[in-house]
Design a protein around this ligand. Sequence first.
Ligand code: UT7
Length: 322
Amino acid sequence: MTFNFASTGAYVPREILSNDDLSKVVETNHEWIIERTGIAQRHITDGENTSDLAYQAALIALNKANLSVQEVDAILVATFTADSYTPSTACLVADKLKCRNNVLAYDINAACSGFIYACETAIALLATKRYKNIVVIGAEVISKLLDYTDRNTCILFGDGAGAVVLRAEGTSTLDYSMCYRMEDTKHSLYAKGVQLTNPKYSEAITNQHIIMDGKAVFAFAIDAIHQCIRDWQTSTGSTLDEIDYVVLHQANDRITSHIAKQYKLNSSKIIRYVEEVGNTSSASIPMGLDYLSRKGQLLPNKKILMIGFGGGLTYGAMAITL
Ligand code: UT7
């Protein structure tokens, strides 16, 4: 399958929440957070919602691709922090961009693997030849789901958005893609929605905060990444030597370090940018691609392996050649 990987964009809210800021609201400190996660700060919204961040990232990517909004055929937003149950974040982004009416717009929720799932879907849409220009966005305002008294989660996550424009005709290739889910038997990562209510007898109990068993998720993440790499190697016969950039979901820098060490990936090959933005869930991989683009590294023929993992439990890998 060939396509055109046209451009990237990224956007974060202005407000920064430093580790020192967090140490004033919860029992933690900069040294612990940096050592255990590699995160120095994260951006949090001061009023913009997920669709606003998604819109800004999409606009940057569309401008970079020199593509008019009238040419956009589909908008896919990977998010688990949509503005509302309905309309979808993708519909709100289409409104803000002033897209045509006959644009396919919908959200995909696969938590931190969402961008891989959304790209898988976008490339399948391109293959139909009915969709020529697709904006794929990963966007999250996770701060609205955080309990700022829970030091296990509030130190980790940040808000942000990343976008890519994928076009039908081009010389980029999809070399491999695989999406997975498995039962979260330990209930290690979840954020509940609104509880079921029955006006006759139930009281609504709503706790929508993210609850995470960090150690269990850490162990799952390592296993998931190993499985992704193993399955990609078995299926394609490729090796990591052939890959120019590995873009892992940026959950915790210790996960990235561990994988870098295990596979002997030097620092120019494995992308690390969690320090400035924290864990931005489905936004993290497209923000990583934009990070490479801003450094002038997204050049023709470069091979990229992306791996996401997170709530669901979900995980997935995609390898492309630009
Ligand atoms: O994006 C979705 C996927 N998510 C992930 O991949 C997250 C994976 N998990 C993690 O990133 C890590 O498990 C955390 C950063 C959440 C926690 O790090 P950890 O190294 O697993 O810490 P821990 O929970 O084992 O706690 C170690 C110690 C404990 O103290 P004791 O019992 O050893 O005295 C904790 O109470 O550190 C303490 N601790 C803290 N201290 C200061 C836990 N959180 C903090 C904190 N500040 N924020």
